[in-house]
Design a binder for this molecule. Structure first.
Ligand code: TNX
Length: 483
């Protein structure tokens, strides 16, 4: 199972068998979760599986004692019943993720399969190590449609992640509608890397992504990258540039050449509008303002800019998130700083400085957690600037000790970013995400004591039949003895 639960005990001589007359019981808060579980199991088993209020053969209960937090749960598999008990619907959803992994892989199939549908008797008590367990999808370098993002959500949500970071603006494209600045998407979103047609999310599209993510217990963290990575915005509105001349749209993959104009009032009027409209569409607490690789912004300007931009996010009632470079600037209380360094001391110093100022850290070390890095020198997709990232390399690190001299409780979690310079279709995304993402998910969820490469390697191998049934184009890394 991935992530490894906190505790799991086998019940001797006990086997549960899902039978044709089974029912799924739920309470008020867990009806949707029950409906989704039933829908999947009906497809694969062909059984009726009526969903009912109250107890069932499988019972979901979200009114348990709050000893495991909102995401924790207890799961019990007896000979004649399965119960998932949590203190909130979210915990029940995490428990259902576990139940799906306990069932035979063919339970994930889209058409009727032969049983038996057996689960070995067990009791599981489980809760996450970290509160933030994320994955990022870059929809700027290549655009992904709402349907593609929904598929991505289905695939990643199996592993108990709870944040979906969407990188929505960059040099190559602006992907989210802003009513007060319509050319951002009309013009700035029209292309992508390679020069082909881009795309963008209308407000209705974005609302649908947020809704679908929420149904999978993923909170969307929208990112508007500033002050660098802004060519698409500058190309759309000449008034945002220093000399009033709009640059061309950009469809290549260099970084660090664009910047908002730090000394212009119009820049902050623009960001005020953008953050207001984006925040309005964001139920989650966090709005990400980027801040990475602002190589064309003089550093003194950068230090002026970051607090002003951060203030505009706070004004919307949101908490600021940004890449670790923002750690050099004064930041609002509670800011979440996303570390993407490798083992370099300059990046670590910025993270340490941010923590000293009260920030919290999400860890995305590029040489470990970047899903766009090649697995090995011959991987046909991806980049290699942070090194080659094998499955073992991506799994074998400890978030608590990655950055020296920061208190363990300053780290609130981990995130695996996927940049898409080389990825223009979902099959390619899947190839980079699987099998590395489940390992980052486990680093975020499981106790430190569970992290052990030789054992993980075997648990990972056992996921392959599920990915085959789901039709995931995963990389059969030779370091794993695939089942
Ligand atoms: C660096 S990491 C970037 C992105 C690129 C990525 C490619 C970071 C915060 N910025 O703009 O897409 O490398 O790996």
């Amino acid at each position: 199972m991935i992530p490894q639960p906190t505790t799991q005990q086998a019940l001797a001589d006990t086997t549960f068998t899902l039978s044709p007359d089974a029912t799924i019981g739920h309470d008020d808060a867990t009806q949707t979760i029950a409906d989704r579980l039933a829908a999947q199991l009906r497809r694969s088993t062909g059984y009726d599986l009526p969903v009912q209020l109250g107890a069932g053969t499988i019972t979901l209960s979200s009114t348990g004692a709050d000893t495991l937090g909102a995401e924790g749960y207890e799961l019990r598999v007896d000979a004649d019943a399965v119960t998932i008990t949590a203190a909130a619907a979210e915990g029940v959803f995490r428990g259902v993720s576990t139940l799906r992994q306990l069932l035979p892989a063919k339970a994930e199939a889209g058409s009727t399969q032969d049983g038996p549908w057996e689960i070995a008797g067990t009791t599981i008590t489980d809760a996450p190590r970290y509160e933030y367990r994320g994955v990022m999808l870059d929809v700027t370098r290549h655009f992904f449609t709402v349907d593609q993002v929904k598929k991505f959500i289905e695939l990643v949500s199996q592993y108990k992640l709870n944040r979906l970071h969407l990188h929505l603006s960059d040099d190559q494209g602006w992907r989210i509608q802003v009513d007060s600045w319509p050319r951002l998407t009309e013009y700035g979103g029209s292309k992508q890397v390679g020069g082909g047609a881009g795309g963008h999310y209308t407000k209705a599209d974005f609302a649908e992504i947020v809704r679908y993510a929420a149904a999978h217990y993923l909170v969307v963290v929208p990112e508007i990258d500033t002050p660098g990575h802004t060519n698409a915005a500058l190309a759309s509105y000449a008034e945002l540039t220093a000399d009033g001349t709009a640059p061309e749209l950009y469809t290549e993959t260099e970084v660090g050449f664009s910047t908002l104009t730090v000394g212009k009032d119009r820049t902050y009027e623009f960001l005020d509008d953008v953050f207001r409209e984006v925040a309005e569409q964001t139920p989650g607490a966090l709005v990400h303002l980027g801040g990475d690789e602002a190589h064309s912004t003089p550093h003194s300007d950068y230090l002026t800019f970051v607090p002003k931009a951060a203030e505009l996010v706070v004004k919307q009632g949101k908490t600021v998130m940004g890449w670790h470079e923002i750690g050099d600037a004064p930041l609002p209380a509670g800011t979440v700083v996303q570390y993407w360094g490798t083992e370099d001391e300059k990046a670590q110093a910025l993270a340490q400085k941010a923590v000293a100022g009260g920030a919290r850290l999400v860890l995305s070390p590029a040489n470990r957690a970047y899903l766009d890095m090649k697995y090995h020198a011959e991987t046909p997709l991806g980049l290699d600037w942070a090194g080659l990232v094998s499955v073992e390399q991506s799994y074998s690190w400890n978030p608590a000790t990655l950055i020296p001299d920061v208190p363990a409780d300053a780290v609130i979690g981990v995130e695996a970013p996927l940049w898409t310079e080389t990825l223009d279709e979902l099959a390619k995304v899947e190839f980079m995400v699987f099998p590395r993402l489940p390992g980052i998910a486990e680093l975020g969820w499981s106790d430190e004591s569970a992290l052990d490469w030789p054992a993980y390697r075997e648990r990972l191998a056992a996921q392959a039949p599920r990915w085959e049934v789901l039709g995931i184009n995963f990389y059969r890394a030779p370091e794993i003895d695939w089942a």
